[in-house]
Design a protein around this ligand. Structure first.
Ligand code: PLP
Length: 391
């Protein structure tokens, strides 16, 4: 039977660096004790108090169809949160509740681009970016960045690809690089979008994990409210990955269209999940800091360990739950290094190449395992790298 080009084209053929991850999973299924520094998920589960709120809501009968745009109280809470954090006047009409950030990424591209349109995204990228765009028949075009600029995009690199583009997708704090785009970078991006009439889709799902520098939501920059769609999520901020709860913030006119889109795709988010999210948000900043604390601690641990090694350098981890390591001094590609590390020491990391060629010769380390095991695995990795150091 015929399959649409869009569906068959979601995953491009060929090597993409995910083989190492799959090999590690295969080894685990065969009983090998693999240390996984590859998983983008907290090593704690959703807090019991949030689950209790979900349970109480469901038992109270909140199990029918929920309002498609999201329940009013949650939309209001998100609007207040965003306004407080960015200073931009934000109301319920600016907010759509979505089943996670991923649904927001999909919906915002459907809302801004037509099939065949060019949609831009920045390397190194969160792995679903190119496939989310291809799944809608878009021409997905990546903007390269460079390790020596800390993976901050440069104007000339964006402008090379901007011709006929409709949208630009950015992610700060960034998965996988840990970069937080500086004020200069964000202002430059805003200016490029205004000059070339692009929608800016700003994925801010790591906004509660800031270690240095300052997170700037580009929606707060002059004249950007009308062309910016912000993706938010409770997956990372509240360790609620499995609950599938997030949002899109944007101009009311676009939110109205996104509600039509949601009516015909997701049909909203379970009411008991939304009420649990409302409860979770009400726990305040301290709660969110506690969720982020292990990554903050392990980031410091990482920088400390790396001081003792010359072959492995960290890209300044400014935010998020990952550290990007530059292993080019070993003369191995990220894929080669990751494969050898897995074979020899049973440690799984993601090769930088999995996130685009801009991160070739790098590794992404997820700081998502217990402190002791994390420290040991990182030391082993660094020691292993010295074996390949240029003499
Ligand atoms: N955006 C980035 C940069 C991510 O890293 C992730 C998940 O890892 C997502 C979006 C999707 O998050 P959600 O669980 O909210 O769909």
């Amino acid at each position: 039977m015929h399959k649409s080009h869009r569906i068959s084209n979601i995953n491009e053929a060929g090597s993409d660096g995910w083989e190492v991850f799959l090999k590690a999973r295969q080894m685990i299924s065969e009983g090998v004790n693999v240390t996984e520094l590859s998983i983008g998920e907290h090593d704690v589960r959703t807090d019991k108090s949030i689950l209790d709120a979900m349970h109480v809501s469901a038992l109270a009968g909140n199990t029918g169809y929920a309002m498609v745009p999201g329940i009013q109280s949650l939309r209001q809470a998100i609007a207040e949160r965003v306004q407080e954090r960015t200073g931009v006047l934000t109301g319920v009409d600016n907010v759509l509740i979505t089943p996670g950030g991923q649904a927001g990424l999909f919906a915002t591209h459907a809302a801004t681009c037509d099939p065949g349109d060019r949609a831009l995204y920045v390397e190194p990228f969160y792995t679903t970016y190119p496939s989310t765009l291809r799944a809608q028949g878009l021409e997905a075009v990546s903007i390269p960045t460079r390790s020596h600029f800390g993976f901050q995009p440069q104007r000339a690199d964006i402008e090379k690809f901007v011709q006929d583009a409709r949208s630009l997708l950015i992610n700060s704090p960034n998965n996988p690089s840990g970069a937080i785009y500086s004020h200069d970078t964000m202002s430059m991006i805003a200016d490029v979008c205004s000059t070339h009439n692009l929608w800016l889709i700003s994925d801010e799902v790591y906004e509660t994990q800031i270690w240095s520098s300052r997170h700037i939501s580009p929606r707060s920059l002059p004249d950007m409210q009308e062309r910016t769609l912000v993706i938010g999520s409770m997956s990372k901020s509240h360790a609620m990955t499995g609950s599938r709860i997030g949002w899109v913030v944007g101009p009311p006119d676009m939110i109205r269209h996104l509600i039509d889109f949601a009516t015909n795709t997701t049909y909203g988010v379970a009411g008991f999940v939304q009420e649990a999210a409302l409860f979770a948000l009400a726990q305040g900043v301290k709660f969110e800091e506690n969720i982020a604390a292990p990554f903050k601690r392990r980031r410091e641990m990482t920088l400390d360990i790396l001081k003792g090694f010359k072959t492995v350098k960290a890209i300044d981890p400014q935010g998020g739950m990952y550290v990007m390591l530059d292993i080019r001094a070993t003369s191995l590609s990220g894929i080669e290094f990751a494969n050898r590390l897995l074979d020899r020491h049973h440690i799984a990391v993601m090769p930088g190449e999995s996130f685009g060629q801009s991160a070739a010769g790098h590794l992404r380390i997820a700081m998502t395992i217990a402190d002791g095991a994390y420290r040991d695995a990182l030391r082993t990795l660094c020691q292993f790298a010295t074996e390949f150091a240029d003499s």
